[in-house]
Design a protein around this ligand. Structure first.
Ligand code: ADE
Length: 244
């Protein structure tokens, strides 16, 4: 069974519409939906925002449903200045940008785990599904919606994703994170917590993030509309292909 997590219900709404034989399990104030997506058994859940919410959801998901792999999909703020709204980051490793137990442990290192970066399992099929989605973009996304968010030719970038319990929207926070983490692509609030739980339980983990904003004080996009009309269609397009 494949576990699929997003932070918001809207990010998974399109995927839930095509889930067959759907059953709902309510555990720890979360709804876990099991069923068949194309050829694969999946369990889908939205974690809510932040590292604690993401960690508790992932732990419950693993202990109740014993997934063989977990995929996180959702939106993120760009740190790499070359990234634009609608671009896709295929995560290669994750770091908790707000972890700092110095001087007892190096800044960013997870105390007693001895790790700073959690590597994902780089899976060709998921990357191929991301590429297929990008190459056939306008079969998945309506032109009019893309124009609304000024998306013209979305790119795919592989790289580091940072997570922390802060929505980054000031230049000061942006610069601090950028300076502390070389080669960082984007920032969000859950991925590295899910990655840590997967690391501790030895479950293969993968992540895709769609750029929704520039993580600074430039004008924010209409976040609810972006997740509903754009991000959830990315999740459906990419994961349906992955599961077929
Ligand atoms: N998720 C999407 N945009 C984000 C941002 N700017 N900061 C943190 N998480 C995000």
């Amino acid at each position: 069974m494949i576990g699929i997590i997003s932070a918001m219900h809207d990010e998974l709404a399109e995927l839930l519409l095509v889930l067959k034989d759907k059953e709902t399990f309510i555990l720890g104030n979360r709804e876990y939906y099991t069923g068949t997506l194309k050829q694969k058994q999946v369990v889908i859940v939205f974690s809510k925002w932040g590292k604690v919410a993401a960690a508790l959801t992932t732990t419950q998901l693993i202990s109740t449903f014993q997934p063989t792999e977990i995929i996180f999909t959702g939106v993120a703020g760009a740190i790499n200045p070359n990234l634009n709204i609608g671009d896709i980051v295929y995560g290669t490793s994750l770091v908790q940008h707000d972890m700092d137990a110095s001087p007892l442990f190096p800044t960013l290192e997870i105390p007693l785990l001895g790790k700073t970066y959690f590597k994902t399992i780089l899976n060709t099929k998921l990357f191929d599904s991301v590429n297929y989605f990008q190459q056939n973009y306008f079969t998945f996304i309506q032109k009019k919606e893309a124009i609304t968010f000024k998306i013209t030719a979305p790119k795919i970038t592989k790289g580091i994703i940072a997570s922390g319990d802060e929505f980054i929207s000031t230049d000061q926070s942006f610069q601090k994170i950028k300076k502390n983490i070389p080669n960082l692509q984007c920032v969000e609030m859950e991925g590295a917590a899910v990655a840590q739980v997967c690391d501790e339980y030895k479950i293969p983990f993968q992540i895709i993030r769609i750029i929704s904003d520039k993580a600074n004080d430039s004008a924010p996009v209409d976040f609810p509309a972006f997740t509903k009309k754009i991000a959830s269609k990315y999740a459906k397009g990419i994961l349906e292909n992955y599961c077929s």
